[in-house]
Design a protein around this ligand. Structure first.
Ligand code: FES
Length: 510
């Protein structure tokens, strides 16, 4: 399977079932945009309810964050319940817990009903403090867990060879293999008549004559009663861009000298940013997975340093044999730290729904979001809809569809010709490196591959015209504004953009 970066995640060994061929249709009841855990959870529930459904995926199944997660299944979230209680109140925090339990039960039901072999393993969670300040914070978190109804106890040993001054353990957590689970969802969904269209970018959705007209990049227009966005941020320039911030997290998998040192529990330290770890089993052998070093997308000069720092952290704790995988992955934080799941704000017709802003808890909230969106389509209501309502932060100003204007900007730029001998900084570009360089006062994005071949792009993001930045570890052009990402040659990797970066014509020296 493919993913949205050059580094390979441990989950990419999974082979997805071949997608059944199906004739093009003019109308379906529901179009789901995005074939990750959110989209496929929703699509399966909709087919179970008898809805005709097409999943449209810009790349391939699991291409986005589902293929790059750490696959922690948890009721104790990255945002501490102390913060959730403070910002949203105790009742709301209890509802959040209830919703995470619902998500876990959805995963278990799907696993059991469709006999999905996904290495699901219930386990406990452990959080530990390494100084007095962290200890006081962790004591407050323990109190908050008690208030929201998550059983939790102090422990005097932890499953990590680290010094600590205080630690807590809580039950009800689990881990699994996310792409084996996703492959199971694909089989289950297509097995009951669901359709998946890969390499199909949804470019425009418009309500006309009581249906939604969905236009894709291959020129097709399909109508639907409902459109569900399972794409982190809905495509295009829209209100949610102001409610979400893109982040990247870094993960490594190591073979340890002593396999027994791999923790059975999900483990979290309290550093800033914190580290998370778990065990992954492959062919009955245990490996250590550790993640962390999170930062805002395209806000770090040298992403490779994050891997170095993560490796140094792991080596400071464990005797390691070898690193088997490392990759980074993208997630989105919402403005008030709770996901947005429900009706698209500002659209009164209640035919477009979205699910996003999961923070680092994509498996839990992706499952919950898929389930809730399907419930809203089928029943017009669902549990938890108020607390996760995308409209909860007050009225949104109307924002027009700026997409067409941005496409025009890019088109004009690409008409220019670029002469290699006139690019002053070309000599500073190494093989395997990308850079924004100057060309007669204009900026161009240049990537030189291992063979020395050059790829030039207009670095103006096709979403809302911010300038992209080179990500030197995933080899992508990342946008610092709303997280769109592009391959070295400009191909679209992640929305909210719906178009590739414009490629520029380079003229070699005579
Ligand atoms: Fe919005 Fe690039 S993602 S401007």
């Amino acid at each position: 399977m493919q993913r949205d970066g050059i580094n390979k995640s441990i989950w990419q060994e999974t082979t997805f079932p071949e997608l059944p061929k199906s004739p093009d249709r003019e109308h379906v009841e529901v179009i789901v945009v995005g074939a990750g855990i959110t989209g496929l959870t929703a699509a399966l529930k909709l087919r179970e309810a008898g809805k005709s459904c097409v999943v449209m995926e810009a790349n391939t199944v699991g291409f986005g964050t589902t293929g790059g997660t750490s696959a922690h299944i948890n009721t104790v979230l990255d945002t501490p319940y102390t913060a959730i209680i403070e910002q949203h109140g105790l009742e709301a925090a209890r509802t959040v817990v209830e919703s995470t339990r619902k998500a876990i039960s959805v995963i278990k039901e799907n696993k059991e009903c469709y006999k999905i072999e996904c290495d699901f393993a219930p386990c406990s969670g452990v959080m530990y403090a390494q100084n007095e300040e962290e200890k006081q914070m962790l004591i407050a978190i323990k109190d908050a867990l008690a208030k929201v109804g998550i059983p939790c106890s102090e422990v005097d040993s932890i499953p990590v060879p680290a010094s600590f001054v205080y630690a807590i353990e809580f039950e009800e957590q689990a881990r699994f293999h996310p792409t084996k689970y996703l492959a199971g969802l694909v089989s289950a969904y297509t097995g009951i008549g669901g359709i998946i269209r890969e390499r199909t970018v949804v470019q425009h959705v418009e309500k006309k004559n009581d249906v939604l007209q969905v236009k894709t990049d291959n020129g097709h227009v399909l109508s639907a009663d409902f459109v569900l966005y399972a794409t982190h941020t809905p495509p295009g320039v829209q209100v949610m861009n102001f409610r979400l911030a893109p982040y990247r997290s870094y993960l490594q998998v190591w073979e340890l000298e002593r396999e027994i040192d791999c923790p059975e529990a999900l483990v979290y330290d309290m550093q800033e940013p914190f580290h998370y770890s778990r065990t992954v089993k492959q062919e009955s052998k245990s490996y250590l997975l550790v993640g962390g070093q999170d930062h805002k997308t395209a806000h770090h000069d040298n992403e490779t340093n994050n891997f170095r720092q993560l490796e140094a952290y792991i080596r400071s704790l464990y005797v390691v044999n070898k690193k088997t995988y490392e990759w980074s992955s993208q997630y989105y934080e919402s403005q008030d730290k709770l996901p947005f799941i429900g009706y698209y704000p500002g659209k009164r017709h209640h035919r477009e729904l979205l699910s996003t802003g999961y923070g680092g808890n994509g498996i839990i909230f992706g499952t919950l979001g898929g389930f809730m969106m399907a419930e809203l389509v089928v029943h017009g209501k669902t549990d938890f809809q108020d607390i996760y309502s995308p409209g909860r932060l007050g009225p949104f100003s109307a924002i027009g569809d700026l997409l067409v204007e941005n496409l025009d900007v890019a088109k004009h730029f690409v008409k220019d010709r670029f002469f290699l001998e006139e690019i002053d900084e070309l000599a500073t570009l190494s093989r395997g490196e990308g850079k924004i360089l100057n060309y007669k006062g204009k900026r161009i994005g240049l990537f030189k591959d291992e063979r020395g071949e050059l790829f030039a792009v207009d670095p103006v993001c096709r979403h809302a015209a911010c300038i992209v930045k080179w990500n030197n570890t995933e080899r992508s052009w990342d946008c610092p504004c709303h997280g769109a990402r592009y391959a070295p040659d400009g191909r679209l990797l992640n929305g909210p953009s719906v178009a590739p970066l414009s490629q520029l014509l380079l003229t070699p020296p005579k």
